[in-house]
Design a protein around this ligand. Structure first.
Ligand code: FAD
Length: 222
């Protein structure tokens, strides 16, 4: 498949270890909300190290946006991306992804798993079609929440944050379990969108099916 070279227009850390990249958008470059591409750094020694990352920008925006969790301990691509600045270049290829909006439902995200949903919510927000959707977003601590203010604006009361590490007054402080799902979801005959670490997705999938959700109403990256 065609390979695109893009230039970094700006960068900013949005949490202590999550960095936002604004990129030039090549002519004719298309993607759908929720889709990812394979990304490599256009520097010697890094051009063959491709990693999947999701576009968070609106599909019609002039720039592309990536929101990337930087894993310094891995010594891999995201660590290097943590060192990149305006003017550095990335390579993109192979737009792909099975996470796509099918209709109103409940979105479960953990950490940087919010990225495909951010793209979907921005798109729905623009079309004024976001009502009827709910986001349950779990993170270790409040400082790990990505784009919190924007999510509040987009989803209002239909946005619930959970924290697994830190006691925070006013927020729930626990992992998602069966009892919590029964309380929060109630109607299991709707779409469920899942994104996060593999175990998070597998556990939720099993619990939701156990509570009556249909297999084909679960949407996650397969
Ligand atoms: C479809 C899809 C879309 C994605 N979209 C996004 C997104 O939008 N934003 C985002 O932030 N992430 C996203 N991810 C996850 C992202 O691809 C990974 O975080 C990224 O590939 C990590 O690359 P890396 O080179 O930094 O580290 P890795 O490739 O994970 O690791 C590099 C090396 O470090 C070693 N290593 C692995 N784990 C550890 C560890 N715990 N400690 C020390 N060393 C370790 C491994 O041996 C490996 O060789 C997505 C993933 C998928 C599948």
């Amino acid at each position: 498949m065609e390979q695109f070279e893009v230039e970094i227009k700006s960068t900013a850390f949005v949490t202590p270890d999550v960095k936002r990249f604004e990129l030039t958008r090549p002519k004719g470059f298309r993607f759908k909300p929720g889709q990812a591409a394979m990304v490599a750094i256009d520097k010697d020694g890094w051009r063959d190290k491709w990693r999947p990352l999701t576009f968070t920008s609106l599909t019609t925006a002039r720039s592309l946006e990536l929101v990337v969790k930087i894993y310094d301990a891995h010594g891999g691509v995201t660590q290097q991306m943590g060192l990149l600045h305006k003017g550095d270049k990335l390579l993109l290829k192979d737009v792909f992804g099975t996470i796509a909006y099918k209709g109103p439902g409940v979105f479960f995200a953990a950490g940087s798993g919010i990225t495909p949903f951010l793209s979907i919510f921005r798109d729905l927000g623009k079309q004024q079609k976001i009502s009827g959707n709910m986001l349950i977003y779990t993170n270790k601590t409040p400082s790990d929440v990505i784009m919190d203010e924007e999510l509040i604006k987009l989803l209002g009361k239909n946005y619930l944050k959970l924290f697994t590490r830190q006691h925070v007054i006013g927020f729930r402080d626990r992992h998602i379990d069966r009892e919590m799902l029964i309380t929060l979801v109630q109607d299991f005959d709707q779409y469920f969108y899942l994104c996060g670490p593999e175990k998070f997705v597998r556990d939720l999938e099993a619990m939701l099916i156990g509570l009556g959700a249909k297999v084909d109403s679960l949407i996650f990256e397969s």
